[in-house]
Design a protein around this ligand. Sequence first.
Ligand code: NAD
Ligand code: ZN
Ligand code: ZN
Length: 341
Amino acid sequence: MNQHFTAAVIDEFDKPLDIREVDLPEPGRFQALVRNIASGICHTDVHASKGDWPIKPDLPLIPGHEGVGEVVKLGPGEHTVEVGDIVGNVWLWSACGTCEFCRTGRETFCNEAEFGGYTVDGSFGEYMLVDTRYCARIPEGSDPVEVAPILCAGVTVYKALKVSGASPGQFVVISGIGGLGHLAVQYAVAMGMRVIAVDIADDKLNLAKRHGAEFTVNARSEDPAEAVTEYTSGGAHAVIVTAVHPDAFGQAVGMARKAGTIVFNGLPAGEFPASIFDIVLNGLTIRGSLVGTRQDLEEALDFYARGKINPTVKEVELGDVNEIIHGLVDGVIDGRRVIRY
Ligand code: NAD
Ligand code: ZN
Ligand code: ZN
C-alpha cells in the first residue's frame, strides 16, 4: 500500500485548506484504516477552518466527519467490522463508554469523546481512521455519495426532532434549509409532522417545498414569527434551528407555540436576544442538541435505507473544497456537496 495519500489540511485558521500528501496512519487499538469513497462537507468544517468556536481544534487538522469508505486494515483488538466492510466516520468519533453520560444513553456529551475531523483527523482525504466501536455501518445498497450527509446532518436533525417531543400531526418549523435543514424537512415529513420551512433564500425554500414542507417563510422579506403564528393559529409545537446566523435563534422564540420546544442545532459564533417574559409566560423549552448516539445514527440510516430520505447532493472533488467553503459562508449551496474520491 502507498505510504502517503492526498488530503485537505487546515494549517492556519481562516486560510484556504492546503491540498497535499500526508503520511498514511497506522490503525491503533480498536481502530480501522478506511479507504474513502465519499465525504460530505458540513458547515461545521467551515467553523473548524475559521476557528469560529471557543474550543478550537489543534492544527494541522484534516477536517470532515461525513466520510464513507471501505475498511482496508484493522488495528489490534476485537472488531465488529471486517476488511471490505463499508463504514463511515462521524462527529462522535469515540467516547469512553463508562462515564455517567455514556452509561445513560447520552454518549455525545462524554467528556472524553473525540470528534471526527475536529479533535482527530477526518474524511477530507483518501484515507481516514475510525474507531470500529463508534463508526457508522453503512446499510447495504446505499449510494456512498447520497448516504454521506446522513452521517452528520441526517442524524443531527433526526435526533433534534426526537428530543423536540413533537408528535405526528403537529407543526414543526425548520429554520435554516441548508445541509441539515433540507434533511430535517424530510425526516419531519417521514415522522408524520406538518413542516414549515424558514430561510433567507427563496431557492432554499423551494427545495424545502420539493421535500415536503407545506408552508415557507422568507425571513428576509417577512416577519417569520408573525407568518408562522398566523399559519399555525398560535405557533409551532416545535422549532428546530439549523441556521448559521444568530438572528434565527432569537426569532425562534416568536415562532413557538405556548409550551412548545425550541431545539438549537446551528452553531454560529455569537449570542441571541430573547425576551425572558415571553419564555416564562409561554412556558417554552429551549434546548441544544448535539449530533446523535450510535443508536440514533442507526435509526437515521434506516430511514434512508427504507427510501424515506432523499438527500439533495452534488458530487465534487477534493480540490474543490475551498470553493465549497466559500459557497457555504455565502449561503449559496443547496443541499449537500459531497467529495467523491
Ligand atoms: P448550511 O450552510 O448548509 O446551511 C445553513 C442554512 O442557514 C442556509 O440555508 C442559510 O441560507 C440559512 N440561514 C442563514 N441565515 C439565516 C437566517 N437568519 N434565518 C434562517 N436561515 C438562515 O449549514 P449546515 O451544514 O446545514 O450546518 C448548519 C449549522 O449546524 C452549522 O452551524 C453547523 O456547525 C451546525 N451543526 C450542528 C450540529 C449539531 O450536532 N448540533 C451538527 C452538524 C452541524
Ligand atoms: Zn457536521
Ligand atoms: Zn464517556
